[in-house]
Design a protein around this ligand. Structure first.
Ligand SMILES: *Cc1c(COP(=O)(O)O)cnc(C)c1O
Length: 416
């Protein structure tokens, strides 16, 4: 039996406990939704103030050069790079994940089409359980290209290797599934896809800042991901795209805006691709929210992804065990793998009244979220989640379930 005392002892021994101080979290809130919107780094406030009053207010247009605005998508990309195992000048922080998926997939298809051995391939492969925007963007590309492309949607991670065959042009996989927290084996699937002659793009929305990622070691082809989830960059902050050096010369994407041009300020009447990571850019970026990505990344410089991973697994293990210990008589189904090798940094639990239960938890200050069908989703962010948070969350959940303190007639909000 795990006791409250055991949990407070885990906090006392926690090497990362002091990092919680870096975040502004309301005192009465147990925040288990950093997988959807990361918490606010306290320093983001003064940083935003500096950008608005100094860089914008005082220095005005001079800031494009003086403050490095023009290069900021790439300079912040270099700050982010170590978290995902990318090299220098391989990451751009820009646009949204949806837009970056479009650019990466279109760019990868273009490379395949210009390679004699893969030119005839027309299959784009992903998982049916992928985050919908990933699938929707693939559908959009298929219709737009109107060139015989087909989507192959794979139903289970176990079927992926078999489904990635020599007909596949491009594979788009999300490393950690948003709904279940299932983590794919990036190195093995990358090697397999490339043996079949496919190019592989990794969506790191639920892995960047959540689990160790080494794109270079995995020899992946392209990657994209969010900054507003585990990287704590702020609501709607620009996403990232990784184009490794090995592909930069051949990488072109259809959003050929002036920021992707070799020399944008020569104002030439025709497009010349930059031929480096700038080729992944399109146009002017939202400088204020882009700049705050840097505030989100600051906490990661005080620790390592390996330490974050150890604590993440300890938090999710504890949450699973406490639920088993205290809620065994309720109809809860664990949707997240117990196997550490296949678990991201979240725990998903299905309950027939999942939406009502999650709303009752939120009412009592335990913030998780809900995803169809029936799934209560809890994200664990080792930078600011304590072991006592886990104890209290399960304590409140137990009380809600034991006394049916939830309203099954509740209408769903627009965002669940
Ligand atoms: C959160 C998430 C997105 C979000 O895309 P946006 O363009 O930021 O809305 C995309 N893909 C995955 C896998 C996600 O988890």
């Amino acid at each position: 039996m795990i006791s409250e005392h055991d949990c407070s002892q885990l906090d006392a021994k926690d090497e990362l406990a002091h990092l919680r101080e870096l975040f502004a979290l309301p005192a009465d809130t147990i925040y288990l939704d950093g997988n959807s919107l990361g918490a606010q780094p306290k320093a983001a406030l003064s940083h935003a103030q500096h950008i608005i009053s100094q860089e914008w207010g005082t220095d005005l247009i001079k800031s494009w050069n003086k403050a490095g605005w023009f290069n900021r998508p790439l300079s912040i990309g270099n700050e982010l790079a170590p978290i995902i195992g990318a090299g220098p000048d391989e990451v751009a922080v820009t646009d949204s994940t949806s837009v970056n998926i479009f650019k990466a997939v279109a760019g990868a298809l273009h490379i395949q089409k210009n390679n004699a051995t893969t030119a005839q391939r027309r299959i784009i492969l992903t998982e049916r359980s992928n985050f919908p925007t990933d699938i929707y963007i693939l559908e959009g590309i298929k219709h737009f290209l109107d060139d015989g492309y087909e989507l192959r949607l794979v139903d289970s991670p176990a079927d992926l290797e078999h489904a990635i065959d020599t007909d596949v042009a491009v594979v788009l996989l999300t490393h950690v599934n948003y709904r279940t927290g299932y983590m794919l084996d990036m190195a093995a699937l990358t090697a397999h896809a490339q043996q079949q002659g496919a190019l592989i793009i990794w969506d790191l929305c639920h892995s960047a800042g959540a689990v160790p990622v080494d794109l270079t070691q995995a020899k992946a082809d392209f990657a994209v991901g969010c900054t507003y989830k585990y990287l704590n960059a702020g609501p709607g902050a620009p996403a990232f795209i990784w184009v490794p050096k090995k592909h930069q010369a051949l990488f072109t994407q259809p959003l050929t805006g002036w920021w992707a041009h070799q020399s944008p300020f020569e104002m030439q009447p025709s497009f010349q691709a930059a031929g480096d990571i700038r080729g992944a850019l399109c146009g002017t970026q939202p400088m204020i929210s882009l700049s705050l990505v840097s505030s989100g990344l600051a906490a990661f410089k005080q620790t390592s992804m390996e330490k974050i991973r150890l604590k993440s697994l300890a938090l999710t293990d504890l949450f699973i065990r406490l639920i088993e210990q205290r809620c065994a008589n309720h109809p809860l189904t664990l949707e997240t793998p117990r196997d550490h090798a296949h678990r991201g940094s979240q725990v998903s639990i299905a309950h027939p009244h999942g939406y009502a239960v999650i709303q009752a938890l939120i009412e009592q200050g335990v913030i998780g979220d809900y995803r169809e069908p029936h799934i209560m989703r809890f994200g664990f962010t080792p930078l600011y989640t304590s072991f006592m948070d886990v104890w209290r969350a399960v304590d409140i959940l137990t009380d809600i379930l034991d006394h049916k303190k939830y309203d099954i007639n509740l209408a769903k909000s627009a965002v669940t």
